[in-house]
Ligand binder design. Structure first.
Ligand code: PEP
Length: 257
């Protein structure tokens, strides 16, 4: 059965006092509204130690928003997967569209970053998605297939069983304009096909949806059969919103998959 997962992406937001309050409220909110899915927060590197300590023995997992493609050495400003794993990091976003656009990360670099994560025992959350122009030119499937294939080509099938995918249409990120449930389901079903074509062993790789998810839109998106959870940016800075999105996650039974 595919894992269900809701991850927050704080992006470049936070402050010591704000984070402490957010994590406390989130742990309270999740404990109150547990829906059986895994929950995590991807925080700026500088807050990894603080948030890791605040989460303590909680079920909320710690994540980061990027990872170096290198293992160690003369790469000023970079953080390796091994360093992150020493701080209890469980997830790392790789290939977020803001990294691809502002830092010119190629699909191949994203694949190497995914590999580095797996080597260090961190689950890479591989973000894929098309721009508005690409969608309007009917290029969505082609774009996400190319992005995902570059990562799968970097990993053996065994390694690829341990990734998570996040479909994040670029036009929906931070715009307040989410994909419709139908648009999300259609692309998720296509991504499942790409995985199945690569290997039947990839049938349990979860595919999350990200792009302006809010508590008001979550139920509709998360009930789609090929949507296994959410990657939530802006709304994850509000504990109540993230907890409500987690609570909107439908429980799956093993018969349902
Ligand atoms: C994101 O940053 O991955 C994201 C989905 O952002 P938002 O929810 O704000 O659109």
């Amino acid at each position: 059965m595919r894992k269900q997962l809701v991850l927050g992406n704080w992006k470049m937001n936070g402050a010591l006092a704000f984070n402490a309050r957010l994590i406390e409220d989130l742990m309270q909110g999740i404990a109150d509204g547990d829906s059986g899915c895994e929950v995590g927060v991807c925080v700026p590197f500088i807050y990894v130690a603080q948030v890791g300590e605040a989460l303590g023995g909680s079920t909320v997992r710690l994540g980061v928003q990027d990872i170096s493609a290198h293992t160690e050495g003369a790469y000023t400003g970079e953080i390796s997967a091994k360093m992150a794993s020493e701080f209890g990091v469980s997830f790392a976003l790789v290939g977020h569209s803001e990294r691809r656009i502002y830092h010119h990360e190629s699909a191949e670099i994203v694949g190497v970053k995914a590999l580095r994560c797996l080597e260090a025992g961190i689950t890479p959350v591989v973000c894929v998605g098309e721009t508005l122009d690409e969608r309007e030119m009917n290029e969505t499937n082609h774009v996400v297939e190319r992005q995902l294939t570059a990562v799968l080509d970097c990993l053996g099938v065994e390694d690829a069983t341990r990734i998570v995918i996040a479909y994040e249409p670029v036009w929906a990120i931070g715009t307040g304009r989410s994909a419709s449930a139908g648009q999300a389901q259609e692309t998720h079903a296509f991504l499942r096909q790409v995985l199945d074509t690569r290997s039947s062993s990839l049938s349990d790789v979860p595919v999350l949806y990200g792009g302006s998810v809010k508590s008001s839109s979550a139920a509709d998106l998360l009930r789609q059969s090929d949507v296994d959870g959410g990657l939530v940016g802006g709304a994850s800075l509000h504990a109540g919103e993230l907890a409500a999105i987690v609570a909107a996650m439908p429980r799956r039974t093993s018969q349902a998959r």
